[in-house]
Design a protein. Structure first.
Length: 337
């Protein structure tokens, strides 16, 4: 009997930035190994000052600001959030990436579109802006942006998080619900607009990271989808990792299909395959009646990864490649069990 697997942080040195348990309400959690702690400085940077009774009294009398009556212009707040969006994902622009090399550019690698959506959730909760005009203006601004060269590759990921968080309805776009699908998806009736894609990566494909002492660090990774009929690509950085063996029940490419994973307790020290899953937009797989969309498991193309691994993995930093219809690629309507 297959054992139910709960979402967990993978012990593999490869890291995802955010993992979802594929439930109705997603949550954000850190993934990958705990980064090494910095050695504390021998020189204290704190200021040693004498107590100030006047300031102490002022601080005791301070009260939290009342923001209940604060309201923002939907248009102006949308412009501000666009600037924040462009700042968070400046790594999507090769020009900005090389400009960042002298700064803490690696800090931006951890941001994904889920990070940005988490901020939007906080804004909606405060009720400081009329929501629908604000989110409509923000999405329009993001779609019109021309500065992030790689930005369009991450739009499906952004739309997934907006839709799953009930911040923005994608139903207004006809392409969000694909019709007239062919190939393996032809008989999938009432296919959801967002499905769970799982790819099984052979253990040999990640042998480069089996040993912590190898010096290869803990690079971030993602799933990438590339159309077999066009040049379109979609990148999904919010993935779930685990080691084990997949067992299935039901009919593939239907809503009654289910995946079960028998967890391998040896993790990366064993020989089981790496199971990688992500919630993906159905349209990014079936657009233009695509029947053999390509599926890739890559390292994220950060400057550090490009310098260190291009000679071994190529410019795309690919660890494993497959396609729709292959035995190592699975699709399910609601996620993993």
């Amino acid at each position: 009997m297959a054992r139910t697997v709960r979402p967990y942080t993978s012990p593999l040195p490869l890291r995802s930035t955010i993992s979802y348990p594929y439930l109705a309400r997603p949550y954000i959690r850190s993934a990958g190994q705990t980064p090494a702690l910095r050695r504390p400085s021998n020189h204290s940077t704190s200021l040693q000052t004498e107590p100030n009774p006047i300031l102490d009294k002022c601080y005791r009398n301070l009260k939290p600001a009342n923001i209940l009556n604060i309201r923002y212009s939907a248009t102006e707040l949308a412009k501000f959030m666009l600037k924040l969006y462009l700042e968070m994902f400046q790594g999507d622009s090769p020009t900005r990436t090389f400009q960042m090399l002298g700064n803490n550019w690696h800090l931006y690698d951890l941001y994904t579109r889920a990070s940005f959506v988490a901020l939007l959730q906080a804004i909606k909760k405060t009720k400081v802006v009329e929501w629908h005009p604000f989110i409509d203006a923000l999405v329009d601004n993001i779609l019109d942006d021309q500065t992030l060269t790689m930005g369009p590759h991450y739009l499906p990921s952004l739309f997934i998080h907006l839709d799953m968080s009930h911040l923005y309805s994608m139903d207004k776009y006809l392409w969000w619900h694909p019709k007239d699908m062919e190939g393996p998806f032809h008989n999938w009736k009432n296919i959801p607009a967002i499905i769970c894609k799982t790819i099984v990566v052979p253990h040999s494909a990640i042998a480069l990271f089996n040993r912590i002492t190898s010096g290869n660090g803990t690079p971030l990774c993602h799933l990438r989808i590339r159309s077999s009929v066009t040049t379109k690509e979609a990148i999904y950085p919010d993935i779930q990792l685990g080691f084990g063996v997949i067992e299935t029940s039901g009919t593939p490419y239907t809503n009654d299909y289910a995946l079960f994973i028998k967890d391998d307790g040896k993790r990366y020290m064993g020989q089981s395959s790496l199971v990688v899953s992500a919630m993906v937009a159905t349209c990014s797989i079936t657009e233009y009646r695509d029947i053999a969309c390509n599926v890739f498991f890559d390292l994220k193309n950060t400057p550090a990864n490009l310098v260190k691994f291009t000679s071994k993995l190529g410019l795309l930093l690919n660890l494993h490649k497959s396609a729709v219809g292959q035995r190592d690629v699975f699709f399910r309507g609601t996620g993993l069990i």
